[in-house]
Design a protein around this ligand. Structure first.
Ligand code: FAD
Length: 426
């Protein structure tokens, strides 16, 4: 398979498409230059092509090389923060629009998978699992509120005994099952989107890192070996933005998150830990999340760090989180361990916006990116086309710069994150 250049992961080993795109050489013109080949950039390119724009997409590494090819595969409804919090912060009208966009985002993912025949193991249902007895009351309130204020009826409370039989772990006090959420193989979803983008007629280039861009009416986007002269730029680099655009970089903090894949489990073990093939995630601040692969491996995500480096032994780093929940897997072999970088914002809501001249961006999905980044691409295409009402629902969410900007954002934030991580364990 064409997975050279991807990090070694279960996903890269099971990629089901062999796509490759040549680096950009020389000067080309386009209506829109999209920078970044994850869900944000791919969805933007696809929706722009559907509107008739001439699109060039530049990816520094490989399509799906970033978080989009490495994540937990959990496609959640709503936004990253609870609706009740958004109502208080932003008002009920704005919160309602955000809820609707959150639902549209999941439907968009499901619709793209169906329309483009993307083979990515998509299945319904995410079970949220609470560690503490008080989580049950919290789940009950959320279900009641989403039902009465938003008419959302696809969530139900899962009492302790049922939660334990659905997840095969004794540690949880209660659960909330959201039948409207999905889970999927993230890299195969990204590669399926890329195939749709190629078919739609966008030009894509891998190994084409953008070094800088500048301009007024038209923007010149430069790579080491080429240049795109475009009327608009879509910035879709999320946690890998680096120093390319300091005006946006100060709004996000890149953090690393890690996943392992066990050996394939036998049928009895699978029936014991996930008989309904659900996606699962827990109530920790540093969230644990897991699901089964097509060949019955446990794909378990847990643990993060905030430094430029990944832990030397990712498998052991994640395994201790897995064993807290599944001590019965102590003898199970771990076949893969990998990490990826995502962008979080101070308030854990995404940052959408536009810069002079003609540059649109969306990033900072804070771990809720599969649906939101896919929708972001659609909203970016609408904004480029001059119909920005829905883009502005997202862009109007206040985004604060991290204190100290890009240089100093780490020390204070890291201390804060470590404190919350510690609190999980108390
Ligand atoms: C381990 C992990 C687990 C996660 N789990 C989940 C989950 O279960 N559910 C969920 O919803 N979200 C999850 N997320 C978050 C989700 O993966 C991201 O929010 C989403 O993939 C972001 O997509 P994107 O296209 O914006 O960014 P990315 O997929 O990161 O793509 C950005 C791309 O931009 C490219 N790029 C950067 N700079 C340049 C440049 N100068 N020139 C050209 N190209 C450039 C990069 O190479 C990269 O390919 C997880 C993330 C990680 C890391």
């Amino acid at each position: 398979m064409g997975t050279w250049g991807h990090v070694a992961s279960y996903y890269a080993a099971t990629a089901n498409r062999d796509l490759a795109f040549p680096p950009l050489h020389g000067s080309v013109r386009a209506d829109v230059c999209v920078i970044g080949g994850g869900y944000t950039g791919l969805s933007a390119a696809l929706h722009l092509r559907e509107r008739g724009y001439d699109v060039v997409l530049l990816e520094a590494e490989r399509i799906g090389w970033g978080a989009s090819g490495r994540n937990g595969g959990q496609v959640g409804t709503g936004q990253r923060r609870p609706q009740s919090e958004l109502e208080q912060r932003l008002g009920t009208g704005h919160a309602k629009l955000l809820w609707d966009l959150g639902l549209e985002a999941v439907e968009l993912v499901a619709g793209l998978v169906e329309r483009h025949g993307i083979d990515c193991d998509m299945a319904p249902g995410i079970l949220h699992l609470g560690w503490k007895a008080r989580d049950e009351a919290g789940y009950r309130d959320e279900i009641e509120h989403l039902g009465s204020a938003y008419g959302y009826e696809r969530m139900r409370l899962v009492p302790r005994d049922e939660a334990r039989s659905l997840c095969g772990s004794e540690v949880f006090a209660a659960g909330l099952l959201d039948e409207g959420s999905l889970h999927l193989h993230p890299l195969n979803y990204a590669l399926g989107l890329a195939a749709a983008v190629e078919k739609a007629g966008a030009r894509m280039h891998e190994g084409s890192r953008v070094i800088s861009y500048a301009g007024n009416d038209r923007v010149r986007v430069r790579t080491a070996q080429g240049e795109v002269d475009a009327a608009h730029v879509v910035l879709a680099c999320n946690g890998y933005l680096g120093g390319l655009e300091p005006r946006v970089a100060s709004k996000i903090m890149p953090i690393n998150n890690f996943i392992l894949a066990t050996e394939p489990l036998d049928e009895a073990t699978v029936a014991g830990i996930n008989p309904r093939n659900l996606g699962m995630q827990d109530s920790r601040f540093v969230i644990n999340y897991w699901r089964l692969s097509r060949d019955n491996r446990l794909l378990f995500g847990g643990g993060e760090n905030y430094s430029p480096r990944f832990p030397a032994d990712i498998r052991s780093f994640v395994r201790r989180h897995m064993l807290e929940i599944y001590p019965q897997l102590a003898g199970t072999r771990i076949d893969y361990g990998w990490g990826g970088t995502l962008a979080i914002t101070l308030k854990r809501m995404p940052a959408f916006g536009r810069l002079p001249h003609n540059v649109f961006y969306a990033l900072g999905y804070s771990g809720h990116g599969i649906s939101t980044a896919t929708l972001a691409g659609k909203l970016l295409a609408e904004a480029v086309a001059g119909t920005a009402e829905r883009f502005d629902v997202m862009a109007k969410i206040p985004t604060a710069a991290f204190p100290g900007g890009t240089l100093l954002r780490h020390p204070g934030l890291v201390a804060g994150m470590l404190w919350y991580g510690l609190r999980d364990r108390l």
